[in-house]
Design a protein around this ligand. Structure first.
Ligand code: PGA
Length: 250
């Protein structure tokens, strides 16, 4: 059985005070939850402060990105060891906004995934098609190249430490959600790809989250699907009550 995993991606929202107060509310309401894995991913500048707040609770800390190099002249970037030093557990890699606006490619996703694993952190690898790709019948090939690209050269043992987030780009921040059936079909497809690379036993253990306008009123039907193992939540993770409303039905 795969334990459900709900992660909040705060994106470029919250200043440090807002981040601390949101983290406090989340820890107060969900800090003892043990039947679901929970993570929150604030902006870099708040990681350290939020780390203090989640310490000792079941809410884990995640980062929204990382650079694959260990250190050096990479202005504006943050390394895995820096994230580790502030208590980060998870790192989101290859988010569609990174792919769309910041030149993220399947190759950089792969490098980041390897660096994160090497540092002993846990990757959340995002894949997902745009509306044009879906309409043009390219959904499968896009997801296949993103998945194969991300996991190239990664052992089965390391793959087990990864979570995949299936995030159809057309559903992110748009209020439009994939139907539970659409989401599950994509998750089953991704699991088949993982089976091809790693075999059934490994593929069956890797968690696949759904992301894209998941909120309290649609979470249950999505999370009930056979292959939907959790959610990567953007907008609805910015209010503790909404986030709790997604965690609760799991
Ligand atoms: P959303 O974002 O829930 O606001 O659609 C999800 C994500 O981008 O991770």
């Amino acid at each position: 059985m795969r334990k459900k995993f709900i992660a909040g991606n705060w994106k470029m929202n919250t200043n440090i005070d807002e981040a601390k107060s949101l983290a406090k509310s989340i820890v107060d309401t969900m800090g003892n939850t043990s039947d679901v894995d929970i993570a929150i991913c604030p902006p870099y500048i708040s990681l350290s402060a939020v780390s203090e707040i989640v310490k000792g609770s079941n809410v884990k800390l995640g980062a929204q990105d990382v650079h694959f190099e260990a250190k050096g002249a990479y202005t504006g970037k943050v390394s895995c060891s820096m994230l580790k030093s502030v208590g980060v557990t998870y790192v989101i890699i290859g988010h569609s906004e990174q792919r769309q606006y910041f030149h993220e490619t399947n190759e950089t996703v792969n490098k980041k995934t390897k660096a994160v694993l090497e540092a002993g952190l846990l990757p959340i690898v995002c894949v997902g098609e745009t509306l044009d790709e879906r309409k043009g019948g390219k959904m499968d090939s896009v997801i296949e190249s993103q998945t194969n690209g991300a996991f190239a050269g990664i052992s089965a043992e390391d793959a087990l430490k990864c979570t995949i987030a299936y995030e159809p780009v057309w559903a992110i921040g748009t209020g439009e959600t994939a139907t539970p059936q659409q989401a599950n079909e994509a998750h089953i497809f991704i699991r088949k790809l993982l089976t091809k690379i790693y075999g059934t036993s490994t593929a069956e253990q890797i968690r696949i989250q759904y992301g894209g306008s998941m909120k309290p009123d649609n979470a249950k039907s999505l999370l009930q699907q056979s292959d939907v193992d959790g959610g990567l939540i953007g907008g609805a993770s910015l209010k503790a009550a909404d986030f709790a409303g997604i965690v609760k039905p799991v």
